[in-house]
Design a protein around this ligand. Structure first.
Ligand code: 5MM
Length: 331
């Protein structure tokens, strides 16, 4: 039987974390367009190769979350991406949700799809080399009105159902209930919403008999809304984030990874370092690390601009940020 707890724990080797490279076609197209790169399947493959083919990433990465099409593609080294990652000791995983749509009971909120046919897709992904998976829910804050309890419960049920299927298929599930940074809310409001989201999630996971010891939680940090006009200090972020996690995440969970959520690369690095320091001070029961997409990619993409001659400089920018984020996990 697969040692899921062992796999889950292996993501948290000292100084290592996860690169989220699982942008769907829609998101990847928009991301590339914002850097002036035209959209095509080949440009998306080159975009993946920019990061996955960078030398020495194995010093800082324990895993990479891929989009399904990347599992079947080759890097410039002519190796399938999952095979190339595994040969460098990096675990390949895959995003298995099929994205969000407006929630019928509350149309200004989102619900994540992808449970239909999931067991069959998981078998395929496993054959293609994935050892772990990810599912993302999106929780929107709007004043005191959103999120609605219905959206929190429905998203939690789908995350739990996903996690159960993934464990049954012999893979590790990452659960990402992303509470959006976008909005005018205060940090106190973000803390209350993330607490409620996690409380509901872990209670529903128990109802679905999900094994807590082989799940990884991917969470937002507790931050004031991006349009609140307030800039939190790393210490404020760390205190509120740890207090929220300590109050709502069972100690058996194998580990917690953070998304960057639209913070700048420097903010996401400084906040992670403060969180790691605080976790050490209070002897937090789970290991913590990063699972960033935008904060790890942004600087490299602005150098690359889709041009082959810029690849070495873009990879150097990526490695520089990766080394900083990796050092931040040590506190
Ligand atoms: C990379 O973006 C991931 C997939 O997004 P779409 O479904 O919109 O294509 C996303 O799940 C990502 O893993 C997390 O949101 C974390 O990314 P950031 O940029 O917040 O670190």
């Amino acid at each position: 039987m697969t040692d899921l707890v062992g796999i889950a724990r292996a993501f948290f080797e000292k100084g290592k974390g996860i690169l989220a490279a699982d942008e769907s076609v829609h998101t990847a197209t928009a991301r590339l367009a914002s850097y002036g790169v035209p959209a095509s399947a080949e440009m998306r493959r080159q975009y993946r190769d920019l990061f996955l083919g960078a030398p020495d990433v194995e010093h800082h990465l324990s895993g990479v979350i891929l989009f399904s099409e990347t599992l079947l593609e080759e890097g410039n080294d002519k190796k399938l991406f999952p095979e190339s990652l595994i040969s460098r000791g990096i675990m390949p995983g895959v995003k298995v949700d099929l994205g969000t749509e407006p929630f019928s009971a509350s149309p200004r909120e989102f619900i994540t799809n992808g449970l239909i046919g999931l067991p069959e897709r998981l078998l395929e992904f496993k054959k293609q080399g994935a050892v772990f998976t990810k599912w993302r829910s999106v929780i929107r804050i709007d004043g005191d009105t959103l999120p609605s309890p219905q959206a929190l419960h429905e998203n939690a049920k789908r995350l739990a159902s996903y996690a159960k299927e993934v464990q049954t298929a012999g893979m590790v599930p990452i659960l990402e209930p992303e509470v959006l940074h976008e909005g005018k809310h205060s940090r106190a409001r973000a803390r209350a919403v993330i607490s409620e989201t996690l409380k509901i999630l872990f209670s529903v996971l128990d109802e679905f008999s999900v094994d807590r010891a082989s799940v990884i939680l991917k969470t937002s940090m507790v931050l004031s809304g991006s349009e609140s006009g307030k800039h939190d200090s790393p210490e404020e972020v760390a205190d509120d984030t740890l207090a929220t996690l300590m109050g709502n995440v069972p100690p058996q969970v194998s580990g917690i990874v953070f998304l960057s959520g639209g913070q700048t690369p420097d903010e996401s690095t400084a906040n992670l370092a403060a969180i790691a320091r605080r976790a050490k001070e209070i002897n937090a029961p789970w290991p913590l690390t990063f699972s960033y997409a935008r904060a790890l990619q942004e600087e490299a993409l602005s150098v690359w601009k889709g041009k082959e001659e810029n690849v070495p400089a873009a990879r150097a920018a990526f490695l520089d940020r990766l080394a900083k984020v990796s050092a931040a996990t040590i506190g």
